[in-house]
Every structure is written in C-alpha cells, then in structure tokens.
Design a protein around this ligand. Structure first.
Ligand SMILES: Cc1cc2nc3c(=O)[nH]c(=O)nc-3n(C[C@H](O)[C@H](O)[C@H](O)COP(=O)(O)O)c2cc1C
Length: 206
C-alpha cells in the first residue's frame, strides 16, 4: 500500500460508477466466446453466442449466463442438456449471426452452418469449431436480476487434435496454430495467438 496517498485523494482521482444501473458497458472486460447449442420444441437446432460462459471449477462442470427470455434457456431446461462449441476466430461473423433475430421461427444462419450431432445429449455442434462439450443440465440458478446461471455437467468432450496440449509440443506453438477468440465486452474482439507462460509463484498449489 502506498502510504503517501491518503484515501480521500485516492477516491478523488477515481470516477465512481452508478451501481443503480449496469456498470459493464462503461469499460472493457475480457471474456471467452462460445456457441451454446440446444434443440427447440419443434426439433430445430439452435445456437446462440455466449461470452458469460466458463468452466465451473476444476471438475467437469460448465456454466453460462442466460435470460429466460432467450430460446436457449427454455430449450436447455426442457431437454436437460446443451452443447458448447468453441468457434475459431475465422468464424466470428457466423458466431455473431447466431444472435440475429429469428426470421419467422428460424435463425437463417443456423440452416447455413455445417453441424454434427452430439452423441450423449440432445444437440448439435458447429463443425468448424475446435473444442466441443456435451453437457447434461445440472442446475438452473435464477435470480441474478433478469439473468440466470445454467450449469451443466460435461458428459463428453472432443477436440481437434491440433488444439490439444501434448508432452512433445510447446504450449505457445499450439496457440499459434489454434488461436483463441477473446470477446472484449461490450463490443470488440481479439485474436490471441502470441502468448507468454504465466509467472506462477514457486510452490503454488491449486
Ligand atoms: C458476442 C455476443 C455475446 C453474447 N453473450 C451472451 C451471454 O453471455 N448471455 C446471454 O444471455 N446472451 C448473450 N448474447 C445474446 C444472445 O446469445 C442472443 O440474444 C441470442 O440470439 C439468443 O438466442 P436464443 O433466443 O436462441 O437463445 C450474446 C450475443 C453476442 C453477439
């Protein structure tokens, strides 16, 4: 702590944000970007982009934030399942278009996208992705304002071999080969390919 700056001066130098309304559009935060796949009541496949989507701990659980207003919420609840496709940076436009309004009952991009079925749960994957998770619905936690946490257990997972870490390959090289898509909420993206090893402290334990 810098004892030469008193608390009043420190806060005078900061801008206070109004927490009576959402603060998240006021600055950038980094997030992943995935496509959550579900199946609609009429059997049609649905994909929706989610950036609030993350592993729930170190065991095989995965969660994302969704509002009950979205088709994805009802589909995941009804089927007890969802899929996750990690898209490549080259698929940024397709990924975005899955958030376009439905035309009638359809999302046109979904019909134009090559997909393949999940094996253990109801759902499809986007073929051009590099990492694919099949999730059984574990729990829905409502009540974060209008948003909910949809939590699933990963019951099957598949990856393009070049995206997998291997004893005989440098991690940095893997990321050069299979760059990661980062979403910089509220409206920018970045392609991450050049990376550095994290400076973990000696003796650190998870
Ligand atoms: C880049 C991007 C990220 C998004 N992230 C989320 C998210 O994390 N949670 C969410 O509920 N909606 C998110 N959305 C919005 C929905 O995915 C979008 O409204 C979608 O059309 C809902 O489709 P559905 O009705 O089929 O579920 C995002 C949209 C975009 C373009």
């Amino acid at each position: 702590m810098d004892s030469t700056v008193n608390e009043q001066d420190r806060y005078a130098a900061l801008e206070a944000l109004d927490v009576d309304s959402p603060i998240w559009d006021r600055f950038f935060t980094i997030a992943p970007l995935v496509l959550v796949g579900t199946v609609e009541e009429d059997g049609r496949v649905d994909f929706a982009p989610k950036h609030m989507a993350f592993p729930l701990g170190w065991d095989n659980y995965f969660g994302f934030i969704c509002t009950p207003r979205h088709g994805t919420y009802g589909n995941a609840k009804r089927n007890g399942a969802f899929t996750v496709t990690y898209p490549r940076p080259a698929d940024i436009v397709m990924t975005s278009l899955t958030a376009a309004p439905r035309s009638g009952d359809e999302k046109p991009i979904v019909n134009l996208t090559d997909t393949f079925p999940a094996q253990r749960v109801v759902g499809e994957f986007v073929s051009s992705g590099y990492l694919f998770l099949e999730c059984e619905l574990e729990q829905i936690v409502d009540g974060f304002g209008v948003n909910s946490l949809i939590a699933g257990r990963v019951v099957a997972a598949y990856a393009q071999p070049e995206a997998l870490r291997r004893i005989d390959r440098d991690d940095a090289e893997i990321l050069l080969d299979v760059p990661q898509l980062a979403y910089l909420y509220p409206g920018r993206f970045a392609i991450i390919e050049e990376t550095e090893a994290f400076p973990f402290p000696a003796g650190m334990q998870r």
